[in-house]
Ligand binder design. Structure first.
Ligand code: SF4
Length: 119
């Protein structure tokens, strides 16, 4: 039968302290984002809007000047707080805490909407 080994107190290494700090930061971010269910719903709605545009023969990706205009507004918005790396693009795309989306990507979708009606 396996018995747990007794542990002894020891000072934490710098690596362990850094790991604790980064995990605490990650947890703080997750606490302020919308729930996973709401983010999944938002993504599904966005995909549906894009599909409708596509099926009607309309533009799905917006013109570059429009995306840049939206991105400038987002960059000045207090809701864009996080410089997280987007796993799809491997870039720091900036995340909106209102919708949970990576905005440097979302601003390019013609049907995208700002949850605060700022653009
Ligand atoms: S989508 Fe709207 S609320 Fe979110 S960061 Fe951009 S401007 Fe702010």
């Amino acid at each position: 039968m396996l018995k747990p080994k007794p542990t002894v107190d020891r000072p934490a290494t710098q690596e362990e302290l850094s790991s604790i700090e980064s995990t605490e930061k990650m947890l703080a971010v997750e606490k302020t984002l919308p729930s996973s269910l709401n983010m999944a719903r938002g993504l599904a709605v966005e995909q549906w809007r894009s599909l409708k545009l596509f099926l009607r023969g309309k533009r799905v990706i917006c013109e570059s000047h429009k995306a840049q205009h939206r991105w400038r507004i987002c960059k000045d918005c207090p809701a864009l707080l996080y410089d997280e790396t987007n796993p799809d693009t491997n870039k720091k795309d900036g995340r909106c805490v209102e919708c949970g989306c990576f905005m440097n990507v979302k601003v390019h979708y013609e049907s995208a909407e700002c949850p605060k009606d700022k653009w």
